[in-house]
Design a binder for this molecule. Structure first.
Ligand SMILES: Cc1cc2nc3c(=O)[nH]c(=O)nc-3n(C[C@H](O)[C@H](O)[C@H](O)COP(=O)(O)OP(=O)(O)OC[C@H]3O[C@@H](n4cnc5c(N)ncnc54)[C@H](O)[C@@H]3O)c2cc1C
Length: 313
C-alpha cells in the first residue's frame, strides 16, 4: 500500500518538479503511515537521487514514447497502491487523466496542497482557471493527485531508496516521427522567474530588451495571447487561461493590461511586478510591485541595475 509517484526526467536529468513530486508523495505517505515508490525512466542518470527526497523504493522502467503509453505502464502498477502523485508538468498533465481512467482513479488536478486528511484524502485545488480555490475529498477510487509545480516545494527527507528495474510495456497510440526541441532556454512551465510582455511592446522588433532582461535574470520569456496570435512571438510563450499556466517565484509583466484571461494563467505567481504606462491598468490590482512607466525606458534601466547588482555580488 505504497504511494506511487512518477518522476519525470529530461535529457537524463530529473526535472525540479520530480523532486517536488517525491517530496509531495513523502508528506502524504507520512500522513497515511505508508511508504513511497518512485517510478522513473531507465534513462535517468541518477535514479538513487530520488531517495534524498523520500523515495523508499525506486523502480526504473523503459518508458513508452507517449503519455498514453506511460499511463498504461503506471496503471499496471496501481493495484494495491494507496495513492498516486504526478507533477502537473506538460507531460504530467497529459498522463494523469489517462491514468485515472485506466486505474479507476479519483483524480485531483491543479492541486496546490499536500493532503490535509487521508480518510478520505482531502486536498485543495485551484478552480475556475485558478480564480477560486476548493477543498475536495477524493472518494470513489484510487486517490490520485496532479499538483501545480512550485506550489508545495521541495523537501529533503531521506528514504531507504533501493533501486530496482521492472519490465512493463505500454501501447503507444501515436507514433512520434520527428521531435524538434528548443534548446538553450529556460523551460516556461518550470521557470522560477518569467519575463512576460504584451502588446504594449508595439512590435516583435522590440523583444531584444525583453530577452536581455530574461537572460540577466536567468528567466523564461512569455507573452500575452494577442502577441502570439499576431505572430510576434511563438505560441509556446502564450500564458493565460488558453495558454500555459505558470507559477514562478517572480513574474514580470511588461506592457500587458492584465485582462482576466491573462491573470487566470499567472496569478498563482508568488511575486508579480508590473510595468505599464497606464496607472489604471487592471494588472496593477494583482501586482505586488508596480512601475508606472514606459517599458522602453524602464526595461533598459532594469537590465543595467541587474547587471550592476550581479557585478557587485
Ligand atoms: C476566450 C478568451 C480567452 C483568452 N485567453 C487569453 C490568454 O490565455 N492569455 C492572454 O494573455 N489573453 C487572453 N485573452 C485575451 C485577453 O482578453 C486580452 O485581450 C489580452 O490579454 C490583452 O493582451 P495585452 O495586455 O498584451 O494587450 P492590450 O490589452 O492591448 O494591453 C497593452 C497594455 O500595454 C500598455 N502599454 C502600452 N504602451 C506601453 C509602453 N510603452 N510601456 C508599458 N506599457 C505600455 C497599455 O497601457 C496596456 O495596458 C483571451 C480572450 C478571450 C475572449
Amino acid at each position: 500500500m505504497s504511494i506511487i509517484v512518477f518522476a519525470e526526467e529530461w535529457n537524463n536529468q530529473f526535472k525540479k518538479a520530480s523532486f517536488e513530486a517525491v517530496s509531495y508523495a513523502k508528506s502524504w505517505a507520512e500522513l497515511a503511515g505508508t511508504t513511497v515508490t518512485a517510478v522513473t525512466s531507465r534513462g535517468a542518470a541518477d535514479p538513487a537521487a530520488l531517495a534524498t527526497y523520500g523515495a523508499d523504493r525506486i523502480v526504473t522502467i523503459v518508458l513508452a514514447a507517449t503519455p498514453y503509453g506511460i499511463a498504461q505502464q503506471l496503471a499496471a502498477m496501481a493495484e494495491g497502491a494507496a495513492g498516486m502523485v504526478i507533477a502537473g508538468t506538460s507531460i504530467g498533465r497529459s498522463i494523469a487523466p489517462a491514468l485515472a481512467a485506466l486505474a479507476g482513479g479519483a483524480l485531483s488536478t491543479n492541486t496546490t496542497s499536500i493532503p490535509t486528511g487521508t480518510a478520505p484524502v482531502t486536498v485543495v485545488r485551484g478552480a475556475f482557471s485558478s480564480k477560486g480555490i476548493e477543498t475536495i475529498e477524493l472518494t470513489g477510487g484510487l486517490p490520485m493527485v496532479s499538483f501545480v509545480p512550485n506550489s508545495v516545494g521541495i523537501q529533503e527527507r531521506a528514504g531507504a531508496g533501493a533501486v530496482e528495474s521492472m519490465d512493463t510495456t505500454g501501447t503507444d497510440l501515436l507514433q512520434v516521427t520527428e521531435k524538434t526541441i528548443a534548446s538553450g532556454k529556460v523551460a516556461l512551465p518550470e521557470a522560477e522567474v518569467v519575463v512576460s510582455a504584451g502588446r504594449g511592446l508595439k512590435g516583435p522588433e522590440n523583444w531584444a530588451m525583453i530577452e536581455e532582461l530574461a537572460s540577466v535574470l536567468g528567466a523564461a520569456t512569455a507573452c500575452s495571447k494577442p502577441v502570439s496570435d499576431i505572430g510576434w512571438r511563438p505560441h509556446s510563450e502564450h500564458v493565460g487561461q488558453t495558454g500555459i499556466q505558470v507559477n514562478p517565484n517572480l513574474y514580470i509583466a511588461i506592457g500587458i493590461s492584465g485582462a482576466i484571461q491573462h491573470l487566470a494563467g499567472v496569478s498563482a505567481s508568488k511575486t508579480i511586478v508590473v510595468v505599464n504606462t497606464d496607472a489604471e491598468a487592471p494588472f496593477f490590482k494583482a501586482a505586488d510591485y508596480g512601475i508606472v512607466g514606459d517599458a522602453f525606458e524602464v526595461v533598459p534601466q532594469l537590465v543595467n541595475a541587474m547587471r550592476a547588482f550581479k557585478a557587485g555580488q
